[in-house]
Design a protein around this ligand. Structure first.
Ligand code: SF4
Length: 741
């Protein structure tokens, strides 16, 4: 249909933290989106990657949940009822089959009862649905409220926990954490930031007093040099990556530091292929050299930094020759990179989950904060610290208080004055103790006196969390689980009640990208069947447990948030405009907001950057004779997290339909494996089978497996050791073995 006959709706992309602005062109006669197009906005400049351009058709999938569901037989074993995601290493050992899903890696051609071909690697609705019955909304919501209240009454506030979602809007994140805190009296509320940048936030909060980025990714245009580290932005933040590459063409030098030689390495002036888990040694050595060469900013250190002396003593232990032994990076290259960074007038460090998802994730980020601070690379254009946030609204959900230690805007739950302010605003008594994190909640379920009832909004921990055999035990052990989602996810198979929710296309709300840009997502179409908007479902549960909530629109919720969140001051839905606004923003009617933070002082109590020295520590599970390879997990360009959206997107799943293990040619050859052959990958926790991809981007001794694929679930293999500060799991390092099938 010609464009002029289509209805244009301006919104934002639902995938990565770049938050590209786009317009959907909707054919109202067909009731369907015809196409999407990038829209001008300072952070995306009309660009879209393949996910934003083609990845929206999942919302119209016939597999959408359209009716509330209640489990029929509560005595029936909970867990994956359909094509089993198992991979139990002990059960499987020596049998050459059995526990694992032996059909993994292929694209299923099964047909359902309706004759439609079933997409590969998804929950089998025909097998699962008979264990549930359809219910009315009143019946389902009454049951949810009654069971959660019963568990609260018998087990106390600590028996309840909630996982919110970085896929929901700011308003929904705010209401969800308010429900758990004000309705159940516990701070046991968290979301996927715990699996993504919790360690970065811990280090940033400690170091500079704010968990958000200090500058935007488009500020790369003002930088003389940037370090991109532990990140593959071409796959995970593609439009931000285009800004980086554009800046290089204009003269910005790029240093790329990553164990995997992703395509970014081809655009870099210096590529440092560190061994996985050695970031602290690498950056300590860079600082060692910067200090030795006298390239520190003495004035900045004297006026704006604390902890320098201890830092200098620690990094003195990391001369390049020692760091080269630990990291595998040539000592001369370390010296060269340090000199380039020290000589540059302005530099930014952009980092991803290769930094954060380690048991040393907080230490890794502390080193980056220290390197920027001692060279005066904070607080000016083209300088700063930027953890590239993963989900489209993980920044906003964190800002909105969807984390167990903070109310909205990172205001501590354990600070008496703060708590009293929220008690007054919300009209109730609040828990003075920090709550449990995502990883701690799963552990708590398996302990006596732990969490017994959970409300899961748009999260799929059965595929996203580490060591999912443990997650399975925990989800199966809960007394009551309510899952609110748009599809029957692997986690929903454990639920007692499933509530059909809305995709972002079916509601209005605000989303905050990695740059601190708050943008409006606008409703494109109605939810299917009886599915409902998430914030309305949360409100209905709140009313049933006795909270007097009467929100009538997301803008009303947003106004309440802004009144409690100093960072969001002056923002309203009606002044965000088509491009959104950066926060903080003193005058949103006339300005885009603040790009560079900390130009005069840091957000800490004394206004100084607090440097914390870190010693390098090896990963928790090192390779040995039995498990000689290192596993790194992550994402592909075409897919998103547990695949519930992108594997139902025709274009995206067609491009990338098969789970693969990426192997160095020699590692594959040593095991008699050729490209395209099938292999069994085993760790101490589980086993999967999938296809081999020979990859010159991997280091010898290292493998990469994306975690999107249910039928070869990478998190069956990963270890659930966590960083002691950010409580983030070690998704980037565990020991595995690979063998031919
Ligand atoms: Fe969406 Fe990120 Fe791609 Fe932009 S770069 S279109 S926000 S997935």
């Amino acid at each position: 249909q010609p464009r002029e006959q289509l209805d244009a709706v301006d919104s934002v992309c639902p995938y990565c933290g770049v938050g590209c602005a786009l317009t959907y062109y909707v054919d109202r006669e067909r009731g369907a989106i015809s196409f999407a197009e990038g829209r001008d906005q300072p952070g995306s400049k009309s660009r879209l990657c393949v996910k934003g351009r083609y990845g929206w058709d999942y919302a119209a999938s016939p597999q959408r949940l359209t009716t509330p569901l209640i489990r029929i037989d509560s005595s029936y074993p909970k867990g994956p009822l359909s094509a089993d995601v198992r991979g139990d290493a002990d059960n499987d050992r020596g049998r050459g089959g059995g526990g694992g899903n032996r059909s993994g890696g292929g694209r299923s051609q099964k047909r359902g009862r309706d004759g439609r071909r079933k997409p590969g690697g998804l929950v089998d609705y025909d097998e699962v649905m008979p264990h549930f019955r359809e219910a009315t909304w009143d019946e389902a919501l009454d049951l949810v409220a009654r069971r959660l209240k019963e568990i609260h009454a018998s087990g106390g506030p600590g028996a309840i926990a909630g996982f919110g979602s970085a896929k929901c809007s700011n308003e929904e994140a705010y209401l969800f954490q308010k429900l758990i805190r004000a309705g159940f009296g516990t701070n046991n509320v968290d979301h996927c930031t715990r699996l993504c940048h919790a360690s970065s936030v811990a280090a940033l909060f400690e170091g500079v007093g704010s968990g958000a980025v200090s500058t935007t990714y488009s500020d790369v245009a003002n930088a003389d040099i940037v370090i991109i580290t532990g990140s593959n932005p071409t796959a995970n933040h593609p439009v931000a990556s285009s800004f980086f590459k554009q800046a290089r063409r204009r003269g910005t030098k790029i240093v790329y530091v990553d164990p995997r030689a992703s395509t970014v390495a081809e655009h870099a002036d210096y590529y440092c292929q560190v061994k996985p888990g050695t970031d602290v040694a690498f950056y300590n050595s860079i600082m060692h050299e910067v200090i030795r060469l006298g390239m520190i900013d003495r004035e900045f250190i004297a006026e704006r930094v604390s902890g320098y002396d201890e830092l200098a003593r620690t990094v003195a232990e990391y001369p390049p020759e020692r760091a080269a032994q630990i990291t595998g990076v040539d000592a001369d290259l370390i010296r060269e990179v340090a000199r380039e960074w020290g000589e540059a007038g302005a530099g930014v460090i952009y980092w991803g989950m290769g930094i954060s998802q380690h048991t040393t994730g907080t230490d890794n980020a502390r080193c980056l904060i220290a390197l920027c601070s001692i060279t005066g690379n904070v607080g000016r254009p083209g300088t700063g610290l930027h953890p590239l946030r993963g989900q489209n609204n993980v920044q906003g959900a964190s800002d909105a208080g969807l984390i167990p230690m903070f109310y909205p805007d990172y205001q501590g739950v354990d600070l008496d004055g703060t708590r009293q302010r929220f008690e007054q605003a919300w009209g109730t008594t609040l828990d003075p103790k920090r709550g449990l994190t995502v990883t701690e909640i799963i552990g708590s379920v398996l302990k006596p006196g732990g969490v017994r009832g959970m409300y899961m909004l748009g999260e799929n921990p059965f595929l996203s969390d580490p060591n999912i055999n443990k997650v399975r035990k925990a989800l199966g052990a809960l007394d009551f689980l309510v899952v609110q989602d748009i599809f029957l996810t692997e986690t929903a198979e454990f639920a007692d009640v499933i509530l059909p929710a809305s995709s972002y296309l079916e509601k209005d709300g605000s989303y905050t990208n990695t740059d601190r840009r708050v943008q409006l997502g606008r409703k494109v179409m109605d939810p299917p069947g009886q599915a409902r908007v998430d914030w309305e479902i949360v409100q209905d549960i709140a009313r049933r447990i006795g909270l007097d909530w009467n929100y009538s629109a997301p803008s009303e919720i947003f106004d309440e948030m802004v009144a409690l969140m100093p960072s969001y001051k002056n923002l309203r839905h009606d002044n965000l405009g088509l491009s959104g606004k950066l926060y903080p923003n003193a005058d949103p009617e006339h300005t885009d907001g603040t790009v560079v933070l900390f130009d005069e002082r840091f957000n800490t109590d004394d206004g100084l950057a607090h440097l914390v020295a870190a010693q390098w520590l090896p990963a928790k599970e090192l390779p040995d004779a039995e498990y000689p390879l290192v596993l790194n997990t992550g994402r592909l360009l075409e897919h998103w997290h547990t695949g519930s959206m992108t594997r139902r997107s025709f274009a995206l799943d067609s491009i990338s339909p098969i789970p693969e293990v990426y192997m160095h040619p020699k590692d594959a050859a040593d095991r008699g494996l050729a490209h395209g052959e099938r292999a069994r990958v085993r760790s101490r926790r589980g086993v999967i089978e999938l296809q081999v991809r020979i990859s010159h981007r991997e280091q010898l001794g290292n493998c990469f497996i994306p975690f999107h694929f249910r039928e070869a679930a990478a998190n069956l293999l990963t270890i659930d050791e966590i960083d002691p500060y950010g409580k983030i799991p070690e998704f980037k390092f565990c020991a595995i073995q690979v063998e031919a099938l």
